[in-house]
Design a protein around this ligand. Structure first.
Ligand code: FAD
Length: 500
């Protein structure tokens, strides 16, 4: 393959992650990779939670946790706790766990009971007692097993988004990515409509063979210049704004994110080593920025406190082509799904990694571009469906916002309808998820945790009493098994302070 000149426009997390993924693949092949960022436009600076995929990103680059985590005030994440999304008895809270290699011993029990319950049998089917990572989070333990425990837990991270950006920048520059500052104010096209160069305010022309748009919600190249259409998700995801503020971290450092449903959206609580990141994601159709800030402050007991508060707007949806002509959009410029499952960096990683693999294989054809776009669109839609299901299955009706969420979501995808109907009719969810080919987005256990955790079962009155033959295991023994397994993990704070 001949050497190529790649220009990445935008130095937020998306820009630097893409730079590192491309640098690892291509610098040794003689590619030139350069990133330009505006000195006038800052980065979004929020986004403090990840999925387990972020570990693979660092592992592939050979960057140890002991190197990046302390620099970014990072902590471990075993999953997400959802509070007050459901009003059903015993479902006011549930945990969406990350997987562990102990799951083969406990997951089948959960799946069996959840399916039996939806088919009308009165057996215990709340997810929280079935997963090792839920137990680790409950006890504020780091998801890092002692060396002699033969099982491991998958985990994500919490981190300071600004510090992570700085860390990635340092690494990319050290690897050989070129960097300059300049505010792009024009994008030049050739006669067929491909991008030839960007022009900065200072009049500098930066030419390249291929451009990566990482300019955040502005999407200067892909949407603004190439006029790539955008498909909004507002029909199903009403939230379009957020307010964020830090609070002090206590003696314990939890190893999970907490997401609490509020009057007009939900609040995140993310533990870092030096503070909590808090934020309220809400819909401006139902609530003003001032009201959202008041509700969040009140909840945090900070009504009169003088603390830094940030208000943000969000554009929810995705472009119809993530790669159009000689331009790829990565990050907020390609789309965004509200941060309920902290999936944005996962989508950045997937987009950059899949694109890089394709490029490696050479022979760029329109067909390959279409296949790539369909694949990334699938990731966005699969993630959206999972997130929309949180709202669709909520039983809150205390405000106009929640009533609208239940009533006005008319545009749900066929996949979501099929999956929901499959659940309600007691079909095997593993088979359905496999049949619909959506396990790359969310696997069957995640769907079942969500539906069972929200209490989407026949009414208690219609349940048949379980007989002795229906009860295939002892809950007490399961609790004991997970409690004993959790003894092989350290206190989260202690681990962060002593082992990193
Ligand atoms: C409320 C909220 C919560 C979130 N929570 C999470 C989370 O928990 N987990 C998660 O994974 N993600 C989360 N995200 C998303 C996450 O913040 C972003 O995906 C991530 O930070 C990447 O942003 P970005 O790099 O695409 O854009 P930005 O950070 O906005 O960076 C844009 C870059 O483009 C540059 N730029 C802009 N205009 C120009 C120009 N004219 N010339 C040159 N350069 C220019 C800027 O200088 C900047 O460097 C959240 C987002 C929001 C809004």
């Amino acid at each position: 393959m001949t050497a190529k000149k790649i220009l990445i426009v935008g130095g937020g997390t998306a820009g630097w992650m893409t730079a590192l993924i491309m640098a690892r693949a291509w610098l040794k092949q003689g590619f030139e990779i350069r990133l330009i960022e505006s000195p006038e436009v800052g980065i979004i600076g929020v986004g403090e939670g990840s999925t387990p995929a972020l570990k693979q990103f660092f592992d592939k680059l050979g960057i140890a946790e002991s190197e990046w985590m302390p620099e970014c005030n990072a902590t471990y994440k075993s999953g997400i706790r959802f509070d007050h999304w459901s009003t059903k008895p015993n479902c006011e809270t549930y945990f969406h766990p990350f997987a562990s290699s102990l799951d083969p011993h406990t997951l089948p029990l959960f799946m069996r009971n959840a399916h039996a319950r939806v088919r009308g049998l009165d057996v215990y089917a709340h997810p929280d007692r079935f997963f090792l990572t839920a137990k680790l989070a409950e006890k504020n333990l780091a998801p890092k097993a002692h060396y002699n425990f033969p099982f491991e837990a998958l985990y994500g991270y919490h981190f300071d988004a600004v510090l992570l950006g700085q860390f990635l920048k340092k690494k990319a520059i050290a690897m050989g990515v070129g960097f300059s500052q300049g505010h792009v104010q024009d994008v030049l096209l050739d006669e067929v409509g491909d991008i030839t160069a960007v022009v900065t305010k200072d009049g500098e022309h930066l030419a390249a063979d291929f451009f990566v748009d990482c300019t955040g919600f502005r999407s200067l190249l892909l949407r603004d210049k190439l006029k790539t259409p955008f498909k909004s998700f507002r029909n199903n995801l009403f939230n379009d704004a957020a307010v964020a503020m830090p609070t002090e971290i206590g003696a314990e450092i939890p190893s999970c994110t907490i997401s609490t449903a509020l009057k007009n959206g939900w609040a995140w609580k993310i533990p870092l080593t030096n503070r909590y990141g808090n934020g309220y994601v809400y819909s401006s159709d139902f609530c003003s920025a001032d009201d959202a800030e008041f509700e969040l402050r009140e909840r945090l007991g900070l009504l009169d406190a003088d603390i830094p508060v940030r208000h943000l707007k969000m554009v929810v949806g995705q472009v119809t082509q993530h790669w159009n002509r000689n331009c790829l959009a990565v990050g907020l410029s390609q789309g965004f799904i509200e941060p309920l499952e902290a999936t944005a960096l996962f989508l950045v990683q997937q987009t950059a990694a899949i694109f890089t693999e394709l490029y490696e294989r050479g022979n760029f054809t329109a067909q390959e571009r279409d296949t790539f776009n369909a694949r990334i669109t699938g990731y966005f839609e699969g993630t959206r469906d999972y997130i929309v299901t949180h709202y669709k299955t909520s039983t809150r009706n205390d405000t106009e916002y929640w009533r609208a969420n239940i009533k006005d979501q008319t545009d749900v995808s066929d996949t979501m309808k099929i999956l929901y109907e499959a659940w309600m009719s007691g079909k095997d969810m593993q088979q359905e998820v496999t049949r619909l080919a959506i396990e790359n987005y969310y696997a069957a256990p995640s769907w079942v945790c969500l539906l069972a955790g929200m209490g989407i079962f026949p009414s208690e009155k219609r349940l048949r009493k379980a007989t002795e033959a229906d009860i295939t295991f002892s809950l007490g023994q399961l609790d004991d098994f997970l409690t004993r397994s959790a003894l092989n993990f350290d206190d989260h704070r202690q681990y962060l302070e002593q082992k990193l």
